[in-house]
Design a protein around this ligand. Sequence first.
Ligand SMILES: [Zn+2]
Length: 293
Amino acid sequence: MIWRIGCLVLLLALTADAQAPGSFDSTKAWEHVRQQLAIGPRPSGSPGNVKTRQYILAQLNALGIKTSEQAFEGATPIGPIKMVNIIGTIPGKSPDRIILASHFDTKLFRDVRFVGASDGASSTGALIELGRVLKTRKDLPFTIELLFLDGEEAVIEWAGTDNTYGSRHYVEAARKSGSLKSIRALILLDMIGDRDLTIRRESNSTRWLTDIVWATARKLGHAQFMDEETTVEDDHIPFVKAGVPALDIIDLDYPHWHTPKDTIEAISARSIQIVGDVVVAALPQIEARLAKQ
Ligand SMILES: [Zn+2]
């Protein structure tokens, strides 16, 4: 009986925790994913991309998060394409900022319908939900910037400068405005929806950031964050090159990557929940580490 009561208390505690205002709710992130997929393909410069921007802005505004748009022209192999990064700002004690980022564009395919459920929508949905969660924190030592990047995908193929248009532009603009130094860290989310979630340590990422996030995942019992290492080129690279501590949380071990099968059936809310929980739990430790620097 005592055991049963213990279980009941534990169950109630877990239920209460899942509903606490400060916890990540993947059902909300899932709805953001669903809305993006309902828009259809969302490559840079397309009507679907514009609608996605409007959706993200509307969601951030509804959460009371201050937004701005950073428009630029991507010099692509098929000519200039108008691109726009979206920035949501949650002020902390210090104007120095920690950036949480995701790309919201999808890869351009002319012959198949590609909606990018994991590749674009999953992390973008998670980022909006992270905004809701972090807005409830009253103790933010650093400003949190939610950065929705356009133009991550190659227009033709991933080579030279045909990729990461939004992140390269963002870092260049920060350099020109003299605000690069106030970016204390970047955590990038990409392709976090895979039902069979496997996230490896990424070798271009900053080691201490990786260590904190992986230790947090271990503490939470999420073995999907594996000790094995891999190397990925992604939107974190321009930040790494600029000397900003940066981490890419990505599951590139996804059979439907850049195929028409990257649809809602291939992803799970549970995977998005795991990544959301890990980021929310790791953030205070990242803040503590940065505060000491
Ligand atoms: Zn992609």
